[in-house]
Design a protein. Structure first.
Length: 193
């Protein structure tokens, strides 16, 4: 079984992912971690310097992600070029993990932009982790120490959670306490596997 896991920022997707891959027969693929690892590769750094200039790398030769985020935030064309550096490589990594599965093993792929990008993943089912917009806003502000306008901009830049729910096979509603979330995850594991 190949499952896609998605949601929006501060809905609890990462918490659900970490819990799912604790099961011995479930392997995980984390697209965000894959991107973090790609930032360390020399060929990616070379592409970033070509796209953004040398100021995108600090004195130690590490990419300055805050400069990249700021540059692409309101520049759609630049954002597309950045995505063309990462998305094919992320997809290749996903396929390598998928091909490494052994008999009886399942894969949960944590892909935050599953519905945002025109990238196909061979998934049997999709799980969406969701919560109310008020809870999402409160969690994001608390977690990231962002001002109100930046928090709103980050949330509205994503595909709406209601649209993602409409495309999901399974929904985990992460509005209550941690024990409620755990019960939903246990039910999901029992239902799917």
């Amino acid at each position: 079984m190949i499952l896609g896991l998605t949601g929006n920022i501060a809905t609890g997707k990462s918490t659900v992912f970490k819990r799912l891959i604790q099961s011995p027969n479930i392997k995980g693929f984390d697209a965000d971690q894959c991107v973090t690892d790609l930032y360390k590769k020399q060929e990616v750094l070379a592409d970033l310097i070509e796209l953004f200039g040398k100021e995108v790398v600090d004195d130690e030769g590490n990419p300055v992600r805050s400069i990249i985020r700021t540059a692409v935030f309101n520049n759609i064309e630049l954002k597309k070029e950045l995505e063309s550096i990462f998305h094919p490589r992320v997809q290749d990594s996903f396929h390598r993990v998928k091909e490494s599965l052994v008999e009886g093993q399942h894969l949960v792929a944590d892909i935050p932009l599953l519905f945002e990008k025109d990238v196909e993943y061979p998934l049997d089912r999709v799980i969406v982790v969701a919560c109310s917009s008020a809870t999402q806003f409160k969690r994001l502000r608390l977690r990231s120490k962002l001002d109100i306008d930046t928090t709103k901009a980050m949330i509205t830049s994503q595909v709406s959670i209601s649209h993602k729910i409409s495309l999901a096979d399974h929904v985990i509603w992460n509005e209550g306490c941690h024990a409620q979330l755990e019960r939903q995850i246990d039910t999901l594991i029992h239902h799917i596997f």
